[in-house]
Design a protein around this ligand. Structure first.
Ligand SMILES: [Zn+2]
Length: 313
């Protein structure tokens, strides 16, 4: 058995935030229950952003209030600013992801401030987190490509990560927001960051969207660089409001099947995870985005089971 991998399921946040139909709080909690039953130990439960911007996550406090039903699971939430920090901590969340974009244009559109202002804000959030004993993760969007600025160079990513690490030695998540990264780009960026900043591999995480079907290839590049923490969403839910056509994250069931097949230890029960994926797929306004649920349970994806003995090519 190879190393242990931390799979961070971000469905309740990244997966659901773009869905056009309202999803009741009780259904979000039912999904979390199924993820926990499958053995997922890290879940991004919600985001403390202004409800006007992300109405799907307006129930952040109501979701957070129920999370102590799941002992032994690390729940995190995304925050864009100090107000979000205060709401999250008041709601009892102790692991927070501060969101920031490598692309200045994306940062301005998504967060309404420059990248430099975001770094200053990260400094303030860091000081508060240190005082409060809260654990932060800096979540960088558009690490490899931006829908407005195009390809992001590894040098630009390096300088953004360096600026964030100067505010505190928090973990850093590198997010491929529109799913445009290639494995060689991921390898190059990780090598540069590790060489220049000496960040231990267990302080880096990867977050791939699967728009062009490259998420697992990019995951392999991350594994080969020593990264052991990956984000994903059940049934591949999600998208990006600024990236027309961008699909969701790599599906958690695809990621886990991939890791299992290569001998990595995820600690996750794939068949129970498919129960979660089947449930999650009901929330999606789009057809099923992953692969493994369709392969193992075609009827759940609107397909017809292949009859045994059929001749296929
Ligand atoms: Zn994402």
């Amino acid at each position: 058995m190879k190393d242990k991998i931390h799979v961070v399921d971000v469905t309740p946040r990244d997966g659901l935030q773009n869905e056009p139909n309202p999803i009741p709080t009780k259904d979000k909690l039912a999904l979390i229950e199924k993820l926990v039953a499958a053995g997922i130990k890290h879940i991004q439960a919600t985001s403390f952003v202004h409800p006007k911007w992300v109405p799907q996550l307006a129930d952040a406090e109501a979701v957070a209030a129920q999370l102590d039903k799941f002992p032994g699971v690390e729940f995190s939430a995304l925050i864009p600013n100090l107000k979000g920090y205060e709401r999250a901590v008041a709601a009892g969340i102790r692991h927070l992801e501060f969101v920031i974009a490598v692309s200045d244009t994306f940062n301005r559109k998504n967060l309404n401030r420059s990248m430099t202002e975001s770094i200053e804000l990260l400094n303030q959030v860091s000081r508060r987190a240190e005082q409060d004993g809260v654990v932060l993760r800096s979540g960088f969007s558009t690490c490899f490509h931006c829908p407005f600025e195009g390809r992001i160079s590894s040098r630009s990513l390096l300088s953004a990560v360096r600026a964030a690490r100067e505010q505190g030695s928090w973990r850093v998540a590198l997010c491929d927001t529109d799913g445009m990264a290639f494995p060689d780009q991921v390898s190059e960026a990780l090598a540069l960051i590790q060489e220049e900043l000496k960040i231990p591999t267990n302080e880096l995480a990867l977050h791939f969207h699967d728009t062009y079907g490259r998420a697992l290839a990019n995951t392999l590049a991350g594994l080969e660089a020593g990264i052991r923490e990956f984000d994903s969403t059940s049934a591949g839910l999600g998208g990006c409001p600024y990236c027309p056509g961008a699909s969701g994250n790599v599906a958690t069931e695809d990621l886990v099947a991939f890791l299992d097949g290569m001998g990595y230890e995820s600690g996750i029960h794939l068949d129970r995870l498919l129960d979660a994926a089947e449930f999650a797929s009901h929330f999606s306004s789009r057809p099923y985005q992953g692969h493994v649920l369709r392969a193992k349970r075609p009827a759940a994806c609107g397909g017809i089971p292949t009859s045994v003995g059929a001749t296929v090519s």
